[in-house]
Design a binder for this molecule. Structure first.
Ligand code: FPP
Length: 237
C-alpha cells in the first residue's frame, strides 16, 4: 500500500509556542522519524513524504537553508538505521537546484539502501507535480507510441523515482488545510484523501493508524459500481 503525506503545520506549531518557524521544522523532523518507524509496523510498503515543494524556494532564505540542513542531517543520521530495517530510500523531484553536498548525500543514501525491501521511503524535495508532468510529456515525445505505461516510465525518470510510478492509495494531509498543493497529481488519481487537523509535529502512530482505519472503511470503486451487497439467508434468489 502506498501512503503519501503532506506534512503541513510546522510553522504554526512553532508560532503557537512563541518559537521560530525553524524550530517547528526540527520538531517536524522528529515526527518524520516516528512516522517512518510506524510505517514499517503498519501495512505500508511505500511512503512518500512531501518535504519541500518547488514553490517553497520563495520562503525566506534562512528558512530554506534550515530545511536543507535538516534534510542533510536526517539523511546522514538515518542511513544506517534504514539499512538495518530494510528501508529503501529515494528522493523524488529536481536535483539540479540542490546544493552539491546535499545531492552527494542523497545519492549515497540511495545507493547504500538500494536493497531494502520492507519499506520504500520517498522524500519529495524540490518537487512539483505539474513540472514533472510537463517534463515527462516532453520526454515522451518521439519515444514511441503514447500509453499510460510509457508516460509513467517517463514520469518516474524525470522525477528520479527509483521504482515504477506507484499509484497513491491513501493521501494524508496534516495541519487542517484541504488541498493537494501540486503533490503527486497523476499518482493520486484514485487516492483516498484524509485530512487531519493536527499540526505535523504532533502527528503520531495513533493518528497514522486512525487514518489507515478510515481508509479501510472506504469503498474504492475506481469508477465502477458498488460491490453487490451480501445476501442474507432469508433473501429470495
Ligand atoms: C510545511 O509546514 C512543511 C514544510 C514546508 C517542510 C517539511 C519539513 C519537515 C517535516 C521537516 C524536515 C523533514 C525531514 C525529512 C527531515 P509549513 O512550514 O508550511 O507550516 P505552516 O503551514 O504552519 O506555516
Amino acid at each position: 500500500m502506498h501512503v503519501a503525506i503532506i506534512m503541513d503545520g510546522n510553522g504554526r506549531w512553532a508560532e503557537r509556542r512563541g518559537l521560530k518557524r525553524t524550530l517547528g521544522h526540527q520538531a517536524g523532523a522528529r515526527a518524520v522519524r516516528r512516522i517512518v518507524e510506524a510505517a514499517a509496523r503498519l501495512p505500508v510498503d511505500t511512503l512518500t513524504l512531501y518535504a519541500f515543494s518547488s514553490d517553497n524556494w520563495s520562503r525566506p532564505a534562512d528558512e530554506v537553508g534550515a530545511l536543507m540542513r535538516l534534510f542533510k542531517r536526517y539523511l546522514q543520521s538515518e542511513v544506517a538505521r534504514c539499512v538495518e530495517n530494510g528501508v529503501r530510500f529515494n528522493v523524488i523531484g529536481r536535483r539540479d537546484r540542490l546544493n552539491a553536498d546535499l545531492t552527494r548525500i542523497i545519492e549515497r543514501a540511495e545507493s547504500v539502501t538500494a536493497e531494502g525491501r520492507r519499506l520504500t521511503l520517498r522524500l519529495a524535495v524540490d518537487y512539483s507535480s505539474r513540472d514533472a508532468i510537463v517534463a515527462a510529456a516532453a520526454a515522451l515525445q518521439g519515444a514511441g507510441p503514447s500509453s499510460r505505461a510509457a508516460f509513467e516510465s517517463c514520469l518516474a525518470g524525470v522525477s528520479h523515482a527509483a521504482t515504477a510510478t506507484a499509484p497513491v492509495d491513501l493521501l494524508i494531509r496534516t495541519g487542517g488545510e484541504r488541498r493537494l498543493s501540486d503533490f503527486l497529481l497523476w499518482e493520486s488519481a484514485y487516492a483516498e484523501l484524509v485530512f487531519v487537523d493536527d499540526y505535523w509535529p504532533d502527528f503520531d502512530e495513533a493518528g497514522f493508524a486512525a487514518a489507515l482505519r478510515e481508509f479501510e472503511a472506504r469503498e474504492r470503486r475506481f469508477g465502477g459500481v458498488p460491490a453487490a451487497p451480501r445476501r442474507s439467508a432469508g433473501d429470495a434468489v
